[in-house]
Write a new protein. Structure first.
Length: 228
């Protein structure tokens, strides 16, 4: 992907591997896609409120301008997941990234959804994924379906957000007991309504872009039915 060519030299090799993994995941998704959707049509079912979305301090474009995570998870239907920029497991972050790209592409084709949905990634590796580095990913954002890449000042600020969502991580270590940079984590994607409530949680094996798009449309239709 073009945006990886702009990364700093000492991150370039990992970023390129990430991009290759995303491309592989995208190809697999396209090759396995069906032309006729077997899923329920948007608006023919309801999504229950599961729990309020986690909150905490996050940063995007500058470490000097912190914002509450809730400012990114309310006001629009939001699709949220964790990632880290040097992830090389094609079934992990790159697969989630590829699915988000497919979802963004589908949403942009529906003018009724433009400006009503956002995509959101929060880094699991704030030591590496600084606001400066993540700014290179913002080329994926569009006015119709913005895609925000967030991080935190440190793991101390990240941990409460993860704990609130019952997400755990562990770290690969070298023979000296030092971190290698690889992070083991569960893949979860959260669909959040404009009021900040989690309405669906997708896990590996159950994260189909077509299903997610239908769920997003269902939440938007629900909002349209509310009294003005």
């Amino acid at each position: 992907m073009r945006f990886f060519s702009r990364l700093r030299d000492h991150h370039l090799s990992c970023a390129l591997l990430f991009a290759v993994a995303v491309a592989i995941s995208s190809t697999a998704t396209t090759a396995g896609g069906a032309t006729d959707s077997p899923f329920p049509a948007p608006g023919t079912y309801k999504l229950d409120r599961i729990e309020p979305m986690a909150n905490g301090w996050v940063i995007e474009s500058s470490a000097w301008r912190p914002r509450r995570l809730s400012s990114y998870t309310s006001g629009k239907v939001t699709l949220f997941s964790f990632f880290y920029g040097t992830c090389r497991d094609p079934t992990g972050c790159p697969a989630t990234w590829a699915a988000f790209e497919d979802i963004q592409s589908s949403l942009q084709k529906d003018k009724d959804l433009n400006g009503r949905v956002r995509l959101l990634f929060l880094s699991l590796d704030p030591r590496v994924d600084t606001p400066e580095l993540l700014s290179f990913y913002t080329v994926k954002s569009t006015p119709q379906v913005p895609w925000h890449f967030l991080t935190t000042w440190s793991e101390w600020f990240l941990r409460p957000i993860m704990q609130s969502l019952s997400l755990t991580t562990s770290y690969a270590l070298d023979k000296n007991g030092q971190r290698t940079g690889e992070i083991y984590h569960m893949v979860r994607v959260y669909l959040i309504d404009r009021d900040g409530w989690i309405r669906e949680i997708y896990a590996t094996g159950f994260f189909d872009p077509d299903v997610v798009v239908n769920d997003i449309k269902t939440l938007v239709m629900e909002e349209n039915e509310k009294p003005k």
